[in-house]
Design a protein around this ligand. Sequence first.
Ligand SMILES: [Zn+2]
Length: 577
Amino acid sequence: MIPKSFVQYLLNRLDIVDVVERYVPLKKAGANFVACCPFHNEKSPSFTVSQSKQFYHCFGCGAHGTAIGFVMEHAGMGFVEAVEYLAKSVGVTVPQEASNTSQHKVAPDLYELMQSATRYYREQLKKNQRAIDYLKGRGLSGEVAARFGIGYSPDDWQNLKAAVPNYQDAGLVETGLVIEGEGGKRYDRFRDRIMFPIVNVRGQVIGFGGRILDKGEPKYLNSPETPLFEKGHELYGLYQAQKAIRARQQVIVVEGYMDVVALAQHGVEYAVATLGTATTPYHVQKLLRLSEQVVFCFDGDKAGQKAAWRALENALPQLVDGKRIGFLFLPEEHDPDTYIREFGTEAFEQLLDDSLPLSGYLLRELTAQVDLRTPEGRNILLQKAQPLLTAITAPTTALLLRKEVAALAGVTQAELEALYSIKPVAAPPRAAPPKAKRSTPSGLRTLLRCLVMRPVLARELPGDWQGEGNEGAAIAALADWLRESADETTSAAMIQHFQGTSYEVVFASAQGEVIQWGDDFDVQAEFVGVLRRMRLDVIESESAELLAKGLLSMSESERSRLAQLKDERRQLKEQVG
Ligand SMILES: [Zn+2]
């Protein structure tokens, strides 16, 4: 585990402008830096980086965070990975908290073992004519084979003895390269297979996929789950495809590594594959962050249909309005590899453009085998649609699909929502509240903005401080957190701390509001001022409540309370001067 204080230390050492510029060229604009947002497609820059505040905010898509958050989002790294990468980039070592030592500790030498194995397999490929012929037969050039680091594991039990200094190294079993049988006898997991290294977004080999050359079972063999390799999180080919995906704002998800490599051979460089698992929600989320459009491409057979439906189910909770998910079913006898070899790149890209949108696929499957002319049939439709519709959180998509399903079932959208006990997506537009003064933010809002600028001010809040709603809760959480730590806390450290919590959204919107504030802005004065105004509001309303009773019917204690309030109000007003 990474100590919290280290995260803060690291954020102080980093400059977010340097970090972002490793990926996205920035332009100076006033006090800030701007660029066209790397997280959504746009023509004029709304992605803003503040050097003094050390956070970024996109006014187009709402992306926000610190240098650590940026690397996680942009390179698809996990938190620990991002911290390690950034620490290394400024030459500091990440200290480890002693607590959970056995769990999730990835020794760097495991990566080294994987690297040695990759090198070894690649050398073996050059020496084995049968393997070379196989790849040539599949239409692969040496260039593409090299780009994906493809190798060959010879037909022997202990090949890797030649690749590593010590075949008894525990790391070999831990990485899944070697299997320990009964009596401690060791042998290679991969024998006589074409080897596809599985690479993480940092370019490190974390696992292998091995394909058999001739007939035999299993046709594909993957590394098991190891400390380096989590199947549900990784996508084959993502490291190589990242650039093409961003440029095209499209990514294709195919079923196998051979498909990824074959597509790249034909210039379709924006394809990735899942690794012997169904598409997980994590995969979908990762891909939707990278591009505007995700197309799932499955074989036309039964297994392909099943995999596509699983992908749809896992995609529903991750849908983002405005981003497109498509489904492409190839003719039954084809996979992407055979299709592109037979018909060429243009024909394949045409299929991609014509892919079935998620909503179309969903409705097609729901209405298949249902007789909508009968009440029973429409009833079945409503039952089948319920778990799917309720899983969608993207408001516009949810609204449109509810309308479609309701229409098909012959009920109104409101009836459907009542039936499923779900909240209406589109509340009827309410008339603007009569005395809403949009120009002046509420006291809580102003307070929140001040605290985002300078979190330590939360220590000056009264101990019994309470606020209403999301903003109040977020401020209270901040005050609690500061009470626990003695450190000086920066905006960036605070944002990092609350990332992924229920307060993240509230703080993020305030960050967007303050990112343009100049550094000469007197936050302290604003903070004191707003606290005073809020206190005055409380005094006014409590006094008004007491006065409403009438002076004559007040108790002794109520009368003295009123006098006390009057005193306090006078003092507060005097302070304003
Ligand atoms: Zn954006």
